[in-house]
Write a protein that binds this ligand. Structure first.
Ligand code: ASP
Length: 350
């Protein structure tokens, strides 16, 4: 569906699923097939200040809890197939795993020459108090900004770097945060006008790609990256069980600045066995802000001894999807370890 209005930027809105396009059913909220028409109708009433946009939808919109890495690749392939036809892209996605998809897209679609903006809603678009139209409005405005040359999430008036973002609330309209990187841009909301408001953009925060776009969409296999979140009284047998699953990589969610329990030597044995078997172990902090400082505490020294990769200030979503991406490209273990430490798309300050 095409809606023509003021402005010379041409945008694609791709609906892949999520609450924004759901309706109430006997089993709870579920995707509705007529959402593109509903959205276009709601937007058409406001055409005077909109860019030109087209709405496309995946045949089967999903709750994003059902997303696999293959779905990230399908979105990336769709955007690449339409790359030359549009000046910017808006992807309507469920909020639950939106940060994973945004990070994954940022690794598959790098050095961009146009914006890719993900958004969704906490409340279905037709339900009272929905944030859906406002979020789509803001996303369209950000997607029409040629200075934005990266994958980002628009939510509650903020534009956040996709691979720096994490979902922070299941109910508040400001449902996303970017704990280790400031917002890229914001639109001030105007009561009763989804497309009004002043847009401020800080060019110094935007990603400035050095060369032409790089599209790299590897084939991936589920289950190759495992996450282990430590807790007091952690079941030691889980370490052995994890090795038994023969993962390619493990994200070890440590405490604070990078401390782990010794578990009577089981942690050291696990880390060294993983290193010997070519399993990449990345340490990450369970704390949202600040990142790791490996070696600051004796209780973290065994991570360094076992040459665990420092996940620095990356989000869990960014580390997980970067591992999936790098493994999918088929490179050697040492290259995976090296490239993890090189920011691809502004995912880390390190
Ligand atoms: N369960 C929904 C989803 O992630 C939540 C949402 O979109 O807000 O698809």
């Amino acid at each position: 569906m095409t809606v023509t209005a003021d402005g010379d930027r041409r945008l694609l809105v791709l609906h892949v699923g999520g609450t924004i396009g759901m309706r109430a059913t006997a089993r709870g909220l579920a995707p509705r097939a007529d959402f593109p028409a509903v959205l276009t109708g709601r937007l058409a009433a406001l055409t005077s200040r909109l860019p030109v946009f087209e709405v496309e939808a995946f045949a089967t919109p999903i709750d994003s809890a059902e997303a696999h890495p293959g779905d990230w690749a399908a979105i990336a392939r769709h955007l690449v197939s339409r790359w030359q036809d549009f000046d910017g892209f808006v992807v309507l996605h469920g909020t639950d795993t939106m940060a994973f998809t945004a990070a994954a897209l940022s690794f598959m679609l790098r050095q961009l020459d146009k914006p890719v903006i993900l958004t969704g809603a906490q409340v279905p678009i037709d339900a009272p108090g929905s944030d859906g139209l406002g979020n789509v409005g803001a996303a369209l405005r950000f997607a029409a900004e040629p200075a934005v040359r990266e994958v980002a999430i628009a939510f509650d008036g903020l534009l956040l770097r996709g691979n720096r973002t994490t979902k922070v609330s299941t109910i508040r309209l400001d449902g996303f945060g970017s704990p280790n990187f400031p917002p890229l841009s914001r639109v001030e909301p105007v009561e009763g006008d989804a497309f009004g408001g002043r847009l401020t953009l800080d060019p110094a925060r935007l990603h400035r790609p050095a060369g032409p776009p790089v599209f790299e969409i590897p084939a991936t296999r589920d289950g190759e990256v495992i996450s282990l979140r430590l807790a007091p009284g952690f079941a030691v047998g889980l370490l052995e069980a994890c090795l038994g699953l023969r993962p390619r990589a493990v994200v070890l969610e440590c405490y604070g600045a990078g401390t782990v329990p010794a578990l009577d030597g089981a942690m050291r044995r696990f880390l060294h066995a993983a290193r010997e078997r070519g399993i990449v172990v990345v340490a990450l902090s369970q704390v949202a802000h600040g990142g790791l400082s490996l070696g600051a505490y004796a209780a973290g020294s065994l991570l360094r001894d076992a040459e665990v990769v420092d996940g620095a200030d990356m989000t869990f979503e960014a580390v997980f999807t970067k591992l999936v991406h790098l493994i999918g490209t088929g490179i050697e273990v040492e290259d995976i370890r090296r490239r993890l430490r090189l920011p691809f798309a502004g995912e880390s300050l390190v």
